[in-house]
Design a binder for this molecule. Structure first.
Ligand code: 6PG
Length: 255
């Protein structure tokens, strides 16, 4: 298998923040707009808070950034289990992101309606802002993903269907007592993106990281369905716990 592109950090406090800040500034400088897909889960919340409050991140042209989500739990948007609610509080509210730039998955709808609604809005957004897109969804500029200790990413869980050609699906999965009804983007949608970045922390993820990198089994390790070949590799930011099973010495943080 191809060696994935990853860096191991003492903690995920500074480098990911600098990476996302610089990337968002560069994308907007080049295109005038940026589409940013947020991850759910607890790992990115510190990053979101820093992006939301740091004076350095004030230089990001926040009103030019459009926010999407890689997945959502099927709960109302003010529920503590909602990925949208968590990122709203940490990042969108502090930066006063305009409502028209927020493209959340409607977790309050029945699963298939929520999936169809998101797919329709992705298609409409792509038609307006990314007319060269080869499929009826945007080629997202920047995608942030996490990894569960069972190897899931977004809400692509082990054993979930591999042959998918739609950008959004509804799934049901029990994980750590979190809401089981989910709507998720799929590999075809993630794989049209320009930059995909995983943020993974904690020794409880070490087996999942190792399996994803080195055990060729995309049914067991769904993050393998998100491409990691050629220059458009996803980049993995790992803390030392998550990298515990990798032979990572010599890997350097990005400049
Ligand atoms: C979600 C996610 C999910 C998450 C992982 C890791 O809705 O829960 O998007 O894929 O990224 O479960 O979660 P933690 O960061 O909390 O470990």
């Amino acid at each position: 298998m191809i060696e994935p592109s990853y860096v191991v950090l003492d903690d995920l406090t500074y480098e990911p923040f600098e990476y996302f800040t610089a990337s968002l500034i560069a994308i907007v400088a080049e295109k005038g707009i940026a589409s940013f897909v947020l991850s759910g889960g607890g790992t990115p919340l510190d990053l979101y808070r820093r992006l939301g409050r740091s004076t350095i991140a004030k230089n990001v042209p926040w009103d030019k950034i459009h926010f999407f989500w890689g997945d959502e739990r099927l709960v109302p948007p003010d529920d503590p289990g909602s990925n949208y609610a968590a990122s709203r509080k940490a990042l969108l509210e502090p930066r006063a992101i305009p409502e028209q730039n927020i493209h959340r998955i409607k977790g309050e709808l029945p699963p298939h309606e929520a999936a169809a609604d998101y797919a329709a809005r992705l298609s409409a957004w792509a038609a307006e802002h990314d007319p060269g897109a080869p499929h009826p969804w945007p080629r997202f500029d920047l995608v942030l993903l996490g990894l569960g200790e069972d190897g899931h990413t977004a809400s692509l869980f082990p054993g979930s269907p591999v042959e998918v050609d739609t950008p959004v699906i509804a799934v049901t999965a029990d994980y750590q007592g979190r809401p089981a009804g989910r709507v998720t983007l799929t590999p075809p949608a993630f794989n049209d993106a320009h930059l995909v970045v995983f943020l993974v922390a904690g020794a409880n993820k070490a087996d999942a990281v190792h399996g994803t990198f080195y055990v060729g089994d995309p049914v067991r390790y769904p993050a393998q369905r998100i491409r990691y070949v050629d220059e458009e590799d996803p980049m993995w930011f790992l803390d030392k716990g998550a990298a515990r099973r990798l032979d990572w010495r010599g890997n350097r943080p990005p400049r």
